[in-house]
Ligand binder design. Structure first.
Ligand SMILES: Cc1cc2nc3c(=O)[nH]c(=O)nc-3n(C[C@H](O)[C@H](O)[C@H](O)COP(=O)(O)OP(=O)(O)OC[C@H]3O[C@@H](n4cnc5c(N)ncnc54)[C@H](O)[C@@H]3O)c2cc1C
Length: 413
């Protein structure tokens, strides 16, 4: 039963949850609003954790969505360091770790995820680190001292960004990847090759197709033993093998879950007054598409906003073009739309060894694009690609491949 005058409640004070809270106020919601988080910090964006924060060029205040003074001004109650332990959708009730119970009118679950653990590595090894939270990033930053021997387990984005930063800080770095190429789960082959060449040119010892036998040491990892017999002495191990969505609260409440909390087109879960957003949300990009999760800044931002509107009763379908980026050394990659693992339909060279790749459907409409270039140089082109995707007009392959034909021009034609 729904309590009268009960608040809107958001569980998970990360990017999606924080964005939803701020949007609710921007949209004029004047009722009681409670944002509950298990971390002690105000909501913050995570991309700087593997980049600027480790390099010492960014601090929490620079990437927080909101500070406590602003929360007070907006009359948003931020209950920090207090995990929600159980949820009763029938009674519209939450139970918190500190013993408090709370009724809600409508609820948003934005519980994100945690770093996936490598079960073969004993938890007692103090110098085996994971990276998901600000506090974990601070611990890692303190350990990345010049001359330290770092072994990164996992050749995905987080592992590679840590490797790049660690090289810049003067560490020796080995990256161990179980698959045949870097970031192979999400990137086309050509970008994996570029990343491999870049890291090797920066002195990272990247090993592909490797299996780990054991991480050795009593209280600290001293070496990593590979199945092929290689023994890699180390001062520090960073495990970056992906993210584990925090679905347990929803699952034990009886909500439909798959690899994430399942939602319909309006981001509503199987319980009518409960929505989900961000990394934990399993949704369909198209009505006939498969359920998927997206672990990206852009998705957290968009779904956080969107869920807020639907908490207010707007009933809007979530229809956006996905995308993500990664920065490593002086290079950046960006994607927009749907990138398939097949060969791109067309590609065009950019200055200084960069390029764009385009993925078109059978009618030659752009579905997705990715770019690789120095610094932030591909950002403008990727923005134009997003507009080309939204336009759904048919494109000429030779024009796409021709660096002398501006994408702006294609947009006009
Ligand atoms: C190191 C790092 C670098 C990244 N870099 C990029 C990048 O370059 N580009 C890009 O596109 N994306 C990047 N991402 C991904 C992006 O940051 C995430 O997709 C985004 O943070 C997801 O936001 P979220 O709100 O869904 O989840 P989160 O930010 O994880 O927030 C969820 C919050 O809910 C809390 N919570 C969980 N359960 C409970 C509970 N029961 N009670 C209370 N609170 C709970 C969690 O502790 C957490 O604070 C990066 C992520 C990481 C970790």
């Amino acid at each position: 039963m729904k309590a009268d005058n009960a608040p809107l409640v958001i569980v998970g004070a990360g990017h999606a949850g924080g964005r939803a809270a701020l949007t609710l106020r921007e949209e004029g919601y004047g009722g009681r609003l409670i944002l509950i988080g298990d971390e002690v910090h105000p909501p913050y964006e995570r991309p700087p954790l593997s980049k600027g924060l480790l390099q010492g060029t960014a601090e929490l205040s620079g990437y927080s969505l909101c500070d406590s003074a602003r929360f007070a001004e907006l009359d948003i109650e931020h209950w920090a360091g207090n995990p929600v332990e159980s949820l009763d959708p029938q009674r519209h009730r939450l139970q918190l770790a500190d013993g408090r119970g709370l009724h809600y009118a409508r609820l948003l679950l934005a519980t994100g995820g945690r770093a996936r653990r490598l079960t073969s590595v004993p938890e007692r090894l103090a110098n085996v680190l994971y990276l998901r939270t600000h506090d974990e990033a601070l611990r890692l930053r303190a350990s990345l001292q010049p001359g330290k021997r770092l072994v990164v387990i996992g050749g995905g984005f987080i592992g590679l960004e840590v490797a790049a930063t660690a090289r810049a800080l003067g560490c020796t770095v080995i990256v161990l990847e179980a698959g045949p190429r870097l970031a192979g789960r999400v990137l086309p082959e050509r970008l994996s090759h570029e990343l491999l060449a870049l890291h090797r040119s920066q002195g990272v010892d990247v090993r592909l197709d490797v299996a780990i036998e054991a991480v050795q040491g009593d209280t600290r990892a001293e070496s990593v033993q590979l199945v092929d017999g290689a023994l890699l002495p180390c001062d520090l191990v960073v495990v970056g093998i992906g993210m584990q969505p925090n679905i347990e609260l929803a699952a034990s409440a009886g909500l439909a879950v798959g690899q994430g909390i399942r939602v319909d087109a309006q981001l509503r879960t199987s319980a009518p007054d409960i929505f989900a957003a961000g990394d934990v949300c399993e949704f369909r990009l198209h009505p006939e598409g498969v359920f998927q999760r997206q672990e990206t800044w852009r998705n957290a931002e968009n779904q956080g906003r969107h869920a807020a509107l639907n908490l207010l009763g707007h009933e809007l379908p979530f229809e956006v073009i996905p995308g993500f980026w990664s920065d490593q050394y002086d290079w950046g990659l960006q994607t927009v739309g749907l990138i398939s693992d097949t060969q791109p339909t067309a590609s065009r060279p950019l200055a200084n060894g960069g390029f764009l790749m385009f993925y078109l459907d059978a009618e030659r409409r752009l579905q997705g694009a990715c770019g690789w270039g120095q610094g932030n140089s591909v950002a403008k082109d990727i923005k134009l690609c997003e507009r080309l995707i939204a336009n759904r007009s048919c494109l000429a392959l030779d024009a796409l491949a021709d660096a002398d034909v501006s994408l702006k021009q294609l947009l006009r034609t």
